[in-house]
Design a binder for this molecule. Structure first.
Ligand code: ASP
Length: 323
């Protein structure tokens, strides 16, 4: 779905996504659909509180992503997908548009909110990216809250892994986007004019242990720069990495003079889709305009601007206002 939102010059803008791996319309029912809209609204509301009080974009995206990670419906934190070995390995990244400060973690299971692990790397280390056991050691040393492995487990994700493995044994690749992947993310422009982005994911169902997707790779799945825009991606991570998807959008703003919609649609629909990069992005620019394009069946998504109205959508449909 190509999007074209007219820029709003508002106090603040917050956009969230719960992944492009949406449940097929044929498998969706009214109750489930309402649960997804409600979960997106909770994340928007949490971030809106921060921004309406004059808080920063970096705090707003952290809070919104934490809310989505806590929600088992989405593939991040609690409810993350399983690797082919039946483990959960989570990736997350956060970036502050003020100074390009960034933090990322990959291949971790333990921190209740992987986005807080990424934020700890950004704020409490000299590094940008920590992985695996040593990232966990760093999190423990920096008092990031942990949960038992059982906290992250959900029957739905476990069953999805069993189905994926059974299909693979029969030589077939799973085509159902909702059982394959998903991710959560948030982007914001605060009332001080600063931008931030955050992304968190369990990756893709049945991935090889050790595989890292685009979400924690700065410039691929996450990007924020006050001069251009903040972006969080969801989709086929390998392709998003190979095309530096988020950075490509920002580059088109910076170097080609394109507007946000033109750049975002150009990358998601014209560049990534033809090469198998199924998925989408959420973006907000320095003026507070937002763009939410995707090239697949749907993307759980939502936006709130200065008027305080929470707007959410799932499929190729206009955002629904919740007043
Ligand atoms: N981009 C994520 C990854 O490749 C998955 C997703 O967004 O659906 O790990």
């Amino acid at each position: 779905m190509r999007t074209s939102h007219r820029p709003h010059q508002t106090d603040f803008t917050l956009a969230v996504h719960g992944g492009a791996g949406t449940i097929l319309r044929s498998k969706m029912n009214t109750e489930r659909e309402a649960a997804y809209h409600a979960a997106l609204r909770r994340a928007l509301e949490a971030g809106r509180h921060v921004l309406a009080d004059g808080g920063t974009a970096i705090d707003a995206v952290t809070t919104a992503v934490m809310t989505l990670e806590d929600e088992p419906l989405f593939n991040a934190g609690r409810g993350a997908v399983f690797t082919s070995a039946g483990t959960q390995e989570m990736d997350a990244a956060i970036m502050d548009g003020r100074d390009h400060a960034a933090g990322a973690v990959a291949g971790i299971c333990g921190p209740r909110n992987p986005i807080l692990a990424a934020r700890a790397v950004m704020e409490k280390s000299e590094h940008v990216f920590l992985i695996g056991q040593n990232a966990l050691n760093f999190c423990r040393a920096n008092e990031v809250a942990f949960e038992e492995t059982s906290y992250f487990f959900t029957d739905d994700r476990w069953d999805a892994l069993q189905e994926t493995l059974a299909l693979r044994r029969g030589g077939v690749q799973d085509q159902d986007e909702s059982s394959k992947h998903g991710t959560v993310g948030a982007v914001a422009r605060d009332c001080h004019g600063h931008l931030a982005a955050a992304t968190s994911t369990g990756g893709m169902t049945g991935k090889l242990p050790g595989r890292v997707g685009d979400s924690p790779v700065i410039g691929a799945g996450t990007w924020a720069d006050d001069e251009t825009c903040a972006i969080s991606a969801t989709g086929h991570g390998e392709i998003f990495i190979r095309y530096a998807a988020c950075h490509e959008i920002a580059s088109r703003l910076r170097h080609a003079g394109q507007g946000l919609d033109e750049a975002a649609n150009g990358v998601v629909i014209d560049l990534l889709a033809p090469v198998g990069g199924s998925g989408g992005i959420i973006a907000v620019d320095k003026y507070g305009a937002f763009s939410l394009p995707f090239n697949c069946a749907g993307m759980y998504r939502g936006v709130v601007i200065g008027d305080g109205v929470l707007r959410t959508a799932i499929y190729d449909e206009p955002l629904v206002d919740h007043r």
